[in-house]
Design a protein around this ligand. Structure first.
Ligand SMILES: CC(C)(COP(=O)(O)OP(=O)(O)OC[C@H]1O[C@@H](n2cnc3c(N)ncnc32)[C@H](O)[C@@H]1OP(=O)(O)O)[C@@H](O)C(=O)NCCC(=O)NCCS
Length: 177
């Protein structure tokens, strides 16, 4: 899938050191930009690399798909995941996670293209329901635009990267709709 001539969206079949570097750049930039996505400041390259190596191993085990947006000039500028692994009574559900676009690549439609690719990937895998939670107003507008249903807010769910409680908002989307 192509957002523009310069951006390509693809499922990462193998995640090697080159991809881990690019994905780490995006994660570090988002956390340093204030995104509440599991990590606290200081956001080191070691923490980011360890995270993506664990994600690569999980993807190899077939537990999730990692999707990347690549700029012809800059390499990986965005990413999102769909986690397949669920309890045996939820085979139809996936969790959308770690939707991240580097600050220098935002507001060009890359987030929307990653979301469409994640939904398409879930449909191909036979999933009929996706769930996510977010602490980002920018992300909330994106999900609402693409037909996700807002469920509600849990206060004090996590911490901002610099400290202090942040709420999270849950969303779902029925892929059969
Ligand atoms: C949320 C996030 C992924 C959105 O990524 P993005 O690539 O900027 O998303 P898009 O470009 O599709 O949409 C963003 C905005 O740009 C606008 N836009 C899209 N293409 C555009 C273009 N060509 N020209 C101008 N504006 C454009 C969209 O309409 C949208 O506008 P809005 O802010 O008024 O709603 C990004 O802000 C991010 O990584 N945030 C930090 C990490 C985070 O919190 N992630 C959520 C975890 S669930």
């Amino acid at each position: 899938m192509t957002v523009s001539d310069a951006i390509r969206i693809r499922c990462l079949e193998t995640i090697g050191e080159r991809e881990i570097e690019g994905l780490s750049d995006v994660l570090i930039d988002c956390v340093e930009g204030g995104a509440s996505v599991s990590f606290m400041l200081p956001m080191t390259r070691a923490k980011a690399g360890a995270f993506w190596r664990a994600m690569a191993a999980s993807a190899t085990r077939g537990e999730r798909v990692v999707i990347a947006a690549e700029d012809a000039a800059d390499g990986i500028v965005g990413t999102v995941q769909v986690i397949w692994a669920q309890p045996e009574n939820q085979p139809h559900r996936g969790d959308l996670a770690k939707m991240l676009v580097h600050r220098r690549a935002r507001r060009r439609g890359i987030g929307a293209a990653l979301l469409t690719a994640a939904e398409d990937s879930a449909r191909r895998a036979g999933k009929t329901l996706l769930v996510l939670d977010t602490a980002s107003d920018d992300a909330e507008r994106l999900y609402a635009r693409q037909g996700w249903q807002r469920c509600g807010v849990i206060p004090d769910y996590a911490l901002w990267p610099g400290g202090g409680f942040c709420p999270t908002t849950f969303y779902y989307k029925r892929l059969s709709d």
